[in-house]
Design a protein around this ligand. Structure first.
Ligand code: 13P
Length: 252
């Protein structure tokens, strides 16, 4: 059985005080849902991680980081290493979010190194992939998503890939209010699962959670999350407000 995961990616939002407030509200509101329905993950900015980790320590809610470096230490000013995250008790790390691919020029090749570093430190990578609007309008969505998954992940052994969570985030749906229809999302999720089956085994592909991200909100979550190959959500805007985030969890 695959695990449903509902993860809130706060991106570069909220002061420390606001972040603590949001995490406390969510902790209080999801107490019952956590065990039964899904793994709930909060992914705040680095600065807030330690405090929020502490605030959530007596709950089942997990934390994640939005990025990490591919080395464990060294002269890399401004960077955060996967070893530091693991040492703090962080569970997940987003690798290859489209905003980092776009604004920081991260390539599939570099992301493959980050995936290795995260796994070596016992973190669960959430590997993001997804096509741009131009790529979709040019009917390239299958080619692009397949190459992102192949180049970022297919150096892994079967044992390793089973420890990775994938997240399909069509770039044209992120922060735009334009959600992929459940058919569009399900098509890509099923396709990527078939690519995983071809490279590894059906058992491995069936065990990997593939999340959807891109304007997921309470109004569309139920339909998206009921698709056979959609195993949860990576939520941006709607994760910045406790009620909408918890509504999404409840819609599973
Ligand atoms: P939105 O939910 O704001 O579209 O963001 C999705 C996302 O990028 C999550 O990582």
């Amino acid at each position: 059985m695959r695990k449903y995961i509902i993860a809130g990616n706060w991106k570069m939002n909220l002061t420390l005080e606001e972040g603590y407030g949001l995490a406390s509200e969510i902790k209080w509101m999801v107490a019952d849902e956590v065990n039964n329905k899904a793994e709930v993950v909060l992914i705040p900015p680095y600065l807030h991680l330690s405090g929020i980790q502490n605030l959530l320590k007596d709950s089942n809610i997990k934390t994640g980081a939005q990025n990490c470096h591919h080395k464990n230490k060294g002269a890399y000013t401004g960077e955060i290493s996967p070893a530091m995250l693991a040492n703090m008790g962080v569970t997940y790390v987003i690798i290859g979010h489209s905003e980092r691919r776009q604004y920081n020029g991260e390539t599939n090749e570099q992301l493959a190194e980050k995936i290795n570093a995260a796994l070596e430190n016992g973190l669960t990578p959430i590997y993001c992939f997804g096509e741009t609007l131009w790529e979709r309008e040019s009917n390239l969505e299958l080619t692009i998503t397949e190459s992102q998954v192949r180049e970022g992940l297919f150096h892994l052994t079967e044992e390793q890939i089973k420890k990775v969570v994938l997240a399909y985030e069509p770039v044209w749906a992120i922060g735009t209010g334009k959600t992929a229809t459940s058919n569009q999302a399900q098509e890509i999720h099923a396709f990527i699962r078939s690519v995983l089956t071809e490279k590894y085994t059906k058992a491995a592909a069936e065990s990997i959670s593939i999340l959807y991200g891109g304007s997921m909100k309470p109004e569309n979550a139920k339909e998206l999350l009921s698709c056979a190959d959609i195993d949860g959500g990576l939520i941006g805007g709607a994760a910045l407000e406790s009620r909408s985030f918890v509504e999404i969890i409840k819609s599973i």
